[in-house]
Design a binder for this molecule. Structure first.
Ligand SMILES: Cc1ncc(COP(=O)(O)O)c(C=O)c1O
Length: 399
């Protein structure tokens, strides 16, 4: 642990926390701000939710738009990336015989959403198989583009993959797919606060990103970016008042429809601006330093782990985000995960390839698996050294 920076978080000191990637971890200052908002809400619920909320959301959405590089009118707040993805997939105009494209690294929940929509609408799904550690960005781009067929309408592509922890060459993939007439939905669940973002420059048709992983907001805070030409037909996964509410203060129908999905706790959305400021002032160089520092630690960790995991060099710098994934000898993922928890480490062990039954892929109820470590400001190199002191004895096969 980095003792100085760790003071910004309230993480359990009995654990080495190497899983920022799953649900993030909220800095204490942001937690305190959120608590103050909850108190205000409980003093005057109607004033807070009905009269004051819209203007506060405008302010937070504007701060987020500046952070992710787009016009605030092209952004709507959503509870999580899963919601953003379901909304796009659910309303995308598909006809029987159309094809959808996805990689085999896609996060299981979002792959399920894609498969469900394909099944409902009679569309087919083409799955691009990517290596666990591709040799170059070009290899990934070529594999994706080669899978496009005449009937391919929409591709769902991760910005940063979950189990394999790859930073995919999103811009090149988007350009290539657009060149073939395919719309692109980027699953940016891990993107915001993890790598610099500029929605305009990236050029995706749709990009959904979580603020509750790497930006430090409370959970239930994400966004959906939609290019203007798609905003008329795109519908949220939940229909509510926004469908016919009067449009005021420059809000668009797209935003009005997405940002009220029934009564819920909006305080995570109201913490966006504060989270950007709080996290951004933890190190002298602000957000650019946070992202570079985390990725630099990931590079060190990758090199360190490469010496321990036989036959694996790890991914190239260009494709490496602030998380590092390594293939483990086959075995039961959950068993190892729980042994690591018992030893005081919070670190995910996931079945590999993903999107398969976790129960059994090879005889004997065993499955392929990867271990993923995250690098956030509160971590330092000693965390990974300590992990490697215990891991070999917990893995039931030689590394
Ligand atoms: C690549 C990817 N997509 C989507 C999600 C879903 O995020 P959420 O549960 O916040 O909707 C995750 C969560 O870890 C993820 O890793």
């Amino acid at each position: 642990m980095n003792p100085k920076l760790r003071e910004h978080w309230t993480l359990d000191s009995d654990f080495i926390f190497l899983n920022h990637g799953s649900f993030g971890a909220v800095p204490s200052e942001v937690q305190a701000y959120r608590s103050s908002l909850c108190k205000e809400m409980e003093a005057q619920p109607v004033r807070f939710l009905a009269r004051e909320l819209p203007a506060v959301l405008d302010e937070n959405r504007a701060a987020l738009a500046a952070f992710v590089g787009c016009a605030q009118s092209d952004l709507a707040l959503v509870p999580n990336a899963t919601y953003g993805i379901n909304s796009v997939l659910g309303s995308y105009p598909l006809s029987p015989g159309d094809r959808l494209l996805v990689t085999d690294h896609e996060y299981n929940a979002c792959r399920n959403a894609l498969d469900a929509v394909a099944q409902d609408k009679g569309a087919a799904v083409d799955v691009v198989e990517l290596p666990l550690a591709p040799s170059s960005a070009e290899e990934v781009v070529d594999l994706v583009l080669d899978a496009v067929r005449a009937e391919t309408k929409l591709a769902l592509v991760d910005h940063i993959t979950s189990g394999s922890a790859l930073l995919l060459p999103a811009k090149e993939i988007i350009e290539g797919l657009h060149g073939k007439g395919v719309h692109v939905l980027i699953d940016g669940a891990h993107g915001p606060g993890h790598v610099p973002l500029n929605m305009e420059a990236l050029g995706a048709d749709f990009y959904t990103g979580n603020c509750h992983k790497w930006m430090g907001t409370p959970r239930g805070c994400a966004f959906l970016f939609v290019r203007p030409e798609h905003q008329d037909w795109l519908k949220p996964a939940v229909v509510s008042h926004g469908r016919n509410a009067p449009l005021v203060d420059g809000r668009t129908r797209f935003q009005e429809e997405f940002e009220w999905g029934g009564t819920t706790d909006p305080t995570p959305w109201m913490c966006i601006k504060v989270a950007i400021d709080v996290m951004g002032s933890m190190v002298a160089g602000g957000w650019p330093e946070i992202m570079e520092r985390n990725r630099a630690l990931a590079r060190e960790v990758r090199d360190f782990l490469a010496t321990a995991f036989s036959g694996q060099d790890g991914v190239s710098d260009l494709l490496l985000p602030s998380m590092v994934s390594f293939r483990l000898p086959d075995g039961k993922s959950e068993d190892l995960h729980l042994k690591l928890v018992d030893a005081g480490f919070e670190v995910p062990v996931m079945s590999w390839p993903p999107n398969i039954s976790p129960v059994s892929t090879v005889p004997g109820g065993e499955s392929g698996r990867v271990l993923r470590v995250s690098c956030q400001l509160y971590n330092d190199f000693s965390d990974y050294e300590r992990l490697m002191e215990v891991l070999p004895s917990l893995v039931d096969a030689p590394l």
